[in-house]
Write a protein that binds this ligand. Structure first.
Ligand SMILES: Cc1cc2nc3c(=O)[nH]c(=O)nc-3n(C[C@H](O)[C@H](O)[C@H](O)COP(=O)(O)OP(=O)(O)OC[C@H]3O[C@@H](n4cnc5c(N)ncnc54)[C@H](O)[C@@H]3O)c2cc1C
Length: 551
């Protein structure tokens, strides 16, 4: 798979088919991180790698005439069969992907997209809108169905289409990838400021459709705050919404499309609110005596109104692993451990990253006020080195997962959110539920957590878990599904959101009605039926409620 093909620009970079990212980038597992994991998980046989030469594409269904922009190439179909959840990588690496789209469509413009939607609706062909395929909730995955499916890769609906610099509004094609968004805005001194960790491989349409949040959402807002208008196409109609700064003309239909995961229409373009490029930006780190102390500091900072762009608090285990991957190592090694212990910062200390952007004087002032706010908690400032390190590597961390699988260690992430008052209990409930799933050859199930995306009334918790990975694809997925079900049940029981920013997809859809109520579920069904009466648009996500974790 290549993307971002531009005849005038550099050659397209090649994406890995069976793992994260570009084929020319790697992030080997740091030896200290491996030692930390080996103290908890015994070694085992490596998980297999995908062997493209040995793989044979299953026969595709015969398709009616759906227009000229279709590819039936086997590897192209496989590359559009799954997203980027751990289960997807396990299926791809073990060559056990069960359902492939019959073709990949790349509509050349919005007219071609409209014709494709119309033809698919007439012939009962499922369309799976496909941005960067970085969904981690099964959002682009297929399942058994008598109807053939076509993945609709939106890469050709791409680029900056309109710029209203006076209003700070930029309209992008849905298939525009993160780096292309920022590259188009930079010459105008503008930025979108939306940096999900998948930034390099996810798209404007995917962000909107899956309700995404960038790592600097504290300053720039989530994608829902950034969408001023959009255009979407569905069998039931063409939806042309906004842009407007605010409107009281009934419910805000733009918001309906945020998080719609392709069920209500294919988003063709979106008008986004952009900001002046900041003159200065800084990320500093501090150590807090404990997770509990850090939570209280995070709450105070979130409610302080300080102009920050980032706050991230790691729990004790994540702080240990951050040190093991070298995030703050040098600074730590020059400080004596004994001195930190004397300061009350021994085992269990929690690493906090804080970021501010703006004019240099505003950034200085924000940190001055932060220091005063954190002083009573016993925080120890580590300065800018850790923050620089984190910024440099933040889009490389996902590459670790592939190297870990070579060492028989599976890793996955999940996230939720809750009001501040419920966060401590939610944190304990998810950790305990996961650790109760400890398996053979595991001294304990390593679970890391950080708090991020703070709001005045609450925040998101993001968990990373590791387990000893069986070399057999189905066995590995069964183990993952068991842990995922435990975590989902604990989140719902503790009153957390099923997802803060990964979305519902197919993995969380069985629990959606428990979160939004039967009435809310019925309302969403009715909307989907109006936009897409024959349910051809990504019908397995969001609403159908079947447990497809092991599909
Ligand atoms: C390593 C990694 C890190 C991640 N970090 C973050 C993070 O920090 N923040 C975050 O929010 N998410 C994160 N994610 C999840 C994922 O990247 C986001 O959900 C992202 O918004 C998906 O964008 P995409 O273009 O890849 O969409 P896809 O994966 O292609 O699609 C996602 C869903 O949206 C639908 N869709 C896609 N494009 C359209 C369209 N144009 N019209 C209608 N429906 C469409 C698809 O059918 C699917 O249901 C991460 C994922 C990975 C693998």
């Amino acid at each position: 798979m290549g993307h971002q093909d531009n005849p005038a620009g550099p050659p397209a970079r090649v994406r890995r088919i069976d793992g994260w990212g570009f084929a020319d980038v790697d992030f080997p597992v740091p030896p200290r991180m491996l030692a930390w994991l080996r103290a908890r998980l015994e070694a085992d046989a490596p998980f297999p790698r995908f062997d493209a030469a040995a793989w044979r594409a299953p026969t595709a269904d015969d398709l009616p005439d759906l227009g000229p922009d279709l590819s039936g190439d086997g590897l192209d179909r496989l590359g559009h069969a799954r997203g980027q959840a751990l289960a997807d990588t396990l299926r791809l690496r073990s060559a056990t992907v069960r359902y492939l789209p019959s073709a990949v469509a790349r509509p050349r413009d919005e007219d071609a997209l409209a014709q494709l939607v119309g033809a698919a609706d007439r012939h009962g062909i499922k369309l799976i809108p496909w941005g960067g395929g970085t969904s981690v909730t099964g959002g682009v995955n297929l399942d058994a169905d008598v109807r053939p499916a076509v993945a609709v890769d939106l890469e050709r609906l791409s680029g900056l289409l309109e710029l209203d610099a006076v209003s700070g509004l930029a309209t992008f094609g849905a298939g525009t990838f993160g780096p292309a968004v920022e590259a188009a805005l930079a010459p105008h001194g503008l930025t979108l400021g939306h940096f999900p960790q998948s930034f390099e491989l996810s798209t404007v349409g995917g962000w909107v459709a899956s309700h995404s949040s960038g790592q600097e959402s504290f300053g720039y807002g989530r994608i829902a705050d950034l969408v001023a208008g959009l255009r979407a196409l569905a069998p039931g109609g063409r939806y042309e919404l906004g842009p407007s700064p605010a409107s009281a003309s009934g419910p805000d239909l733009r918001r309906l499309f945020v998080g719609s995961e392709g069920r209500l229409g294919v988003i063709a373009r979106a008008t986004l609110r952009v900001s002046e490029m900041p003159a200065a930006q800084r990320v500093e780190a501090a150590l807090l005596p404990s997770w509990a102390a850090g939570l209280e500091v995070a709450r105070l900072v979130a409610r302080s109104g300080l102009p920050l762009s980032l706050l991230r608090l790691s729990d004790g285990p994540e702080t240990e692993v951050a040190l093991a991957v070298g995030l703050a190592r040098r600074r730590f090694e020059t400080l004596s451990r004994a001195y930190l212990r004397w300061r009350g910062l021994g085992d269990g200390a929690a690493l906090m990253l804080l970021g501010a952007k703006g004019q240099p004087a505003e950034v200085d002032l924000a940190f001055e006020r932060l220091r005063a706010l954190l002083r009573p908690s016993g925080a120890f400032w580590l300065g800018e080195g850790t923050g620089r390190h984190w910024r440099a590597d933040r889009f490389r961390h996902p590459y670790l997962r592939d190297g870990l699988l070579d060492l028989a260690v599976a890793s996955d992430t999940l996230e939720t959110s809750a009001p501040w008052s419920r966060l401590p209990a939610l944190y304990r409930a998810v950790r305990e539920a996961l650790q109760a799933g400890v398996g053979p050859g595991e001294r304990e199930l390593p679970v890391l957590c950080h708090l991020s995306h703070p709001y005045p009334d609450g925040a998101s918790l993001y968990f990373t878990l590791f387990f000893r990975c069986p070399a057999d694809g189905d066995a590995a997925i069964a183990r993952w599904a068991d842990l995922k079900r435990r975590a989902n049940a604990a989140i719902v029981a503790a009153g957390g959101a099923l997802s803060h920013h990964h979305g519902i997809g197919t993995f969380h859809s069985p629990e959606l009605a428990r979160e939004i109520g039967e009435g809310g579920h019925a309302l969403l069904h009715a909307l989907a039926a109006a936009a897409d009466p024959r349910a051809i648009l990504n019908p397995h996500v969001l609403l159908d409620g079947q447990d497809r974790l092991e599909a």
